[in-house]
Design a protein around this ligand. Structure first.
Ligand SMILES: Cc1cc2nc3c(=O)[nH]c(=O)nc-3n(C[C@H](O)[C@H](O)[C@H](O)COP(=O)(O)O)c2cc1C
Length: 195
């Protein structure tokens, strides 16, 4: 019942370096320092053994444009099809792991598995993010990254959604109200978004 979930494309590779990709909704940020994420994967997935063997994967964020690929990669298995080829996804070399990322994704998080937690139906891979690649198209002239322009994909109860309109930013509930058209002191603070 937790919502919304990301529907990310997780790229993996087998021992011979052949890449595959599966869709994962049970993914999350679990630590800031060191930067850690988790994905929960059923052991029967073809990709499961790739992750177990290499200890690496790449989380590629998805956009509305990638919704069809995200669905396809979540219903077809790498045992039967080459999902990169079928969905015209472009594997791109990663910086710190052998597993390739996906060029069409706005953000790719290169991950090294640090802990494996068998939980029941799913096994959780807790991994450190060792490198991040972002699509330069979303960088402005000041080097600020505009993820909000990427048209990110969300998933809730079996349905894919675009993210909706922003209704507030981090800390806005305690910021001072604007006075005579000029922003109050607290308003000028930049949003770190840090938790
Ligand atoms: C939106 C969506 C989210 C999914 N989330 C997960 C998940 O969190 N964990 C998981 O093990 N499988 C998940 N799946 C299913 C796998 O992506 C699917 O079984 C895929 O075919 C496995 O590919 P593989 O056999 O090539 O590894 C999801 C599928 C979809 C469509």
């Amino acid at each position: 019942m937790l919502y919304p979930l990301p529907a990310v494309l997780v790229s993996v590779a087998d021992r011979e370096g052949r890449p595959n990709v599966l869709t994962v909704a049970w993914a999350g940020t679990v630590c800031s320092t060191p930067p850690m994420v988790s994905i929960s994967v059923r052991p029967e997935r073809y990709s499961y053994h790739c992750i177990e063997e290499t200890g690496e994967f790449v989380i590629n964020l998805t956009t509305a444009k990638l919704a069809c690929a995200a669905d396809y990669c979540g219903v077809k298995s790498g045992r039967d099809v080459d999902k990169f080829a079928q969905m015209k996804l472009t594997p791109c070399a990663s910086k710190k792991v052998k597993v390739p990322g996906i060029a069409e994704s706005p953000v790719s998080l290169e991950c090294k598995v640090r802990q494996i937690l068998p939980l029941g139906s799913h096994t959780m891979f807790v991994a450190e993010v060792v490198a991040v690649s972002v699509d330069e198209a979303y960088m402005d002239e000041n080097g600020r990254f505009h993820l909000e322009k990427a048209d990110l994909l969300a998933y809730s109860h079996g349905v894919y959604y675009r993210l909706g309109e922003p209704i507030g930013k981090f800390g806005y509930s305690v910021e001072k109200k604007q006075r005579s058209g000029r922003k109050a002191q607290g308003d000028r603070k930049t949003d770190s978004g840090k938790k």
